[in-house]
Unconditional design. Structure first.
Length: 129
């Protein structure tokens, strides 16, 4: 029988927290299947007053202690640099801290424009909810 990855509960806790936030605010969340996840975990169709706005964002979610730094959080850019930089819709990175139950985010598309290619920069998400 196939085994379940040991980090799956941690990963899912972040996805579930982010999904709950967007759902609570009336946005439409479309999760990307793990087999097709290449730097984005979900697409979110933004809504205002229960009406679609026509705006969509891609979201990369990270969960777990390895994304926590001394005074902030970080998301590895890795080989997603060109994808996030050239994506046609904004890509947002969100780190979920399960201990504090808080979410921290960063605009990855904007960050990728400021980073030189070929280096594994880590940019801390700077805002929280």
């Amino acid at each position: 029988m196939a085994t379940i990855r040991p980090n799956r509960p941690t990963e899912r806790s972040g996805i579930n927290a982010v999904r709950a936030l967007f759902d609570a605010h009336g946005h439409l969340v479309q999760e990307i299947d793990g087999g097709a996840d290449h730097g984005e975990d979900m697409h979110v169709i933004l809504a205002r007053e229960r009406k679609r706005t026509g705006h969509v964002i891609a979201v990369q979610v990270k969960s777990g202690k390895k994304y926590r730094r001394k005074h902030s959080y970080a998301i590895p850019v890795g080989d997603h640099f060109e994808d996030w930089r050239n994506y046609r819709i904004p890509v947002v990175g969100i780190v979920y801290d399960a201990e504090t139950e808080r979410l921290f985010w960063v605009n990855l598309t904007e960050t990728a424009v400021d980073v030189r290619p070929g280096r594994d920069h880590r940019r801390p998400p700077h805002r929280d909810r």
